[in-house]
Ligand binder design. Sequence first.
Ligand SMILES: Nc1nc2c(ncn2[C@@H]2O[C@H](COP(=O)(O)OP(=O)(O)OP(=O)(O)O)[C@@H](O)[C@H]2O)c(=O)[nH]1
Ligand SMILES: [Mg+2]
Length: 295
Amino acid sequence: MLSKLFKALSKSRTAIANAFSQITGKNITPESLDNLEEQLLSADLGYVTVESIINMLKNLSKSDFIENVKKHLISLLPPEFSPKPFQRPTILMIVGVNGTGKTTTSAKLAYLYKKLGQKVTLVAADTYRAAAVDQLKVWGNRVGCHLVCNDKTSEPTSVLFDGIVSAKSNKSDVIIVDTAGRLHTYSNLMGELAKMYRVVENRFPEYNLKSLITMDASLGQNSVIQAKEFGKHVKLDSAILTKLDGTARGGIVFPLFQELKIPVEFIGVGEELDDLNLFNPEEYVDGLLGISQDD
Ligand SMILES: Nc1nc2c(ncn2[C@@H]2O[C@H](COP(=O)(O)OP(=O)(O)OP(=O)(O)O)[C@@H](O)[C@H]2O)c(=O)[nH]1
Ligand SMILES: [Mg+2]
């Protein structure tokens, strides 16, 4: 059976694999390299990565062509991610631009860490959108985990504070905080996020604090810009690439890591709780190049 990631990469793969196939079977010509360069850029691998591939190809013979490309691509990616139960109580702040998949991903992460045997609390810290708390409550029920919300306040830091206190008395191992969507250009909202981060660091130093940014894969290079701006306000530990299943722009894991040093840990490949893939560079590159792991 083909993996969900392989299927999710089908649109990105079509263009990339075709462009590669045009140069595997014959001599590498300037035209075929130009075509490849164009295809790789349109899949949002980013200029730096694409140039490094083209330069490598110029010095390559036809034999073991794809194997060499594969090795090179893997060398540009973050390492394989494999989540382990947290030994120290941990807070995962899920941040990102509106609609990039924060709430859905919060639920998917709650489901995953629960399966790893951890006690999970979800904190509904999106106080801006009326339906946000209800949306997370539905997910919390499905996952079967503790959820903290407060419909009466519009102050996300206060919901966060209450959430941590409640999770602490409940002896949760992982607290997943669903924050409101915000555009990186809105400085007051970005300031609010930085404040939430500060409150946790100052008042709850016993917690391990991680920020994860959700990035909609279909936004391509724009989401790299978003991550860069978010990173000026909170320390981003890792990224979750969402909606990879619907886009041909699946290459942004490269510029994200090459340019910003932010590793992708998870990949969203659908709307259900188990539609969260762990990032594996080999599987990802195989998916881009059209190398089926079942072959
Ligand atoms: N196909 C697909 N859809 C996804 C994925 N992740 C999220 N979605 C969908 O994207 C839409 C937005 O997801 P949300 O989780 O509400 O996004 P959000 O970032 O919380 O949105 P705001 O709170 O409004 O900023 C929903 O319809 C989700 O089902 C994914 O990996 N694949
Ligand atoms: Mg949301």
